[in-house]
Design a protein around this ligand. Structure first.
Ligand code: OOG
Ligand code: MG
Length: 259
């Protein structure tokens, strides 16, 4: 069996059994970013073989708040699967997760294909059909969310659940880099920020995704793809019984319960 597949299984089994495991870089010191994407690729293959579908792409570690929190200063990309989707005002189940955290993000829906290299913020905006608010629940399969860059890439960038707002908005109606957001748990604001924190403009995150996918031989991002651009603020640890709400200037609210 190939080594990447073995490592992908190590991570998908931890996800399924909701237990944390030790870092790959602890066991394989030469494990690097390229190998991380190699394992991620096998993880996606494995999920597809199990009948799951990719429903969105995501960027991670795109804001200073997130980079500081995770002590990693390089954006990464990953995949969101069908079983990760939770409806707005729905719930996530603590017993199926390890140590989930929530982050507030802005999502894009493309009206046209985009393909690197050299994609710019302006090109992304010209090809964006809709924007919408989103919450992402991340759940690193590594102990205490302690990992190095190649580990978190292999672990599909901690993808676990997403909650999309139930209304989409025309990008031309907004200054997409000036959207304020608050993230509250049980009625108390725990984090707040402005979308400019995401690489200066969330469309830069989509551009970077297109360019990174191209560099990794993954081709274009097809029309209709949903893209999460990365947490605007630091992620907040969740507990059973929590009620999470994020409010976005002009884009409404997104909420869910933890049970
Ligand atoms: C990695 C995933 C980061 C984001 O929005 O920055 C991410 C992690 O922090 O565990 O999804
Ligand atoms: Mg995220």
């Amino acid at each position: 069996m190939n080594k990447y597949r073995e490592l992908a299984q190590y991570l998908t089994e931890a996800e399924k059994g909701h237990y944390a495991v030790s870092c790959i870089t602890d066991k394989v010191p030469e494990f690097d970013i390229q190998m991380g994407y190699g394992v991620q690729n096998e993880l996606v293959n494995l999920k597809r073989e199990q009948g799951h579908e990719v429903i969105a792409l995501k960027m991670g570690l795109t804001s200073l708040a997130k980079m500081k929190q995770m002590r990693i200063n390089e954006p990464i990309y990953g995949y969101v699967f069908d079983y990760m989707k939770v409806p707005d005002k729905g719930y996530i189940e603590m017993d199926k997760l390890i140590h989930p955290k929530v982050e507030a993000e802005i999502a894009f829906i493309l009206g046209d294909d985009i393909e690197g290299p050299g994609i710019t913020c302006e090109q992304v905006l010209a090809k964006t059909k809709w924007i919408l608010p989103a919450l992402e629940v991340i759940d690193s399969r590594f102990q205490d969310f302690n990992f190095k860059l190649p580990d978190v890439i292999a672990d599909n960038t901690s993808s676990s659940r997403i909650i999309l707002g139930n209304q989409v908005f025309n990008p031309n109606d907004f200054e997409i880099d000036l959207i304020g957001v608050t993230l509250s748990v049980n009625g108390e604001i725990r984090a707040n920020g402005v979308s400019t924190s995401v690489l200066g403009h969330p469309a830069n995150s989509v551009a970077m995704l297109a360019n990174m996918l191209w560099s990794n031989g993954k081709g274009k991002i097809p029309k209709g793809t949903i893209i999460l651009t990365g947490g605007i603020t630091e992620a907040i640890l969740l507990n059973k019984g929590d009620y999470v709400t994020s409010k976005y200037d002009g884009l409404g609210d997104v909420s869910f319960h933890v049970r």
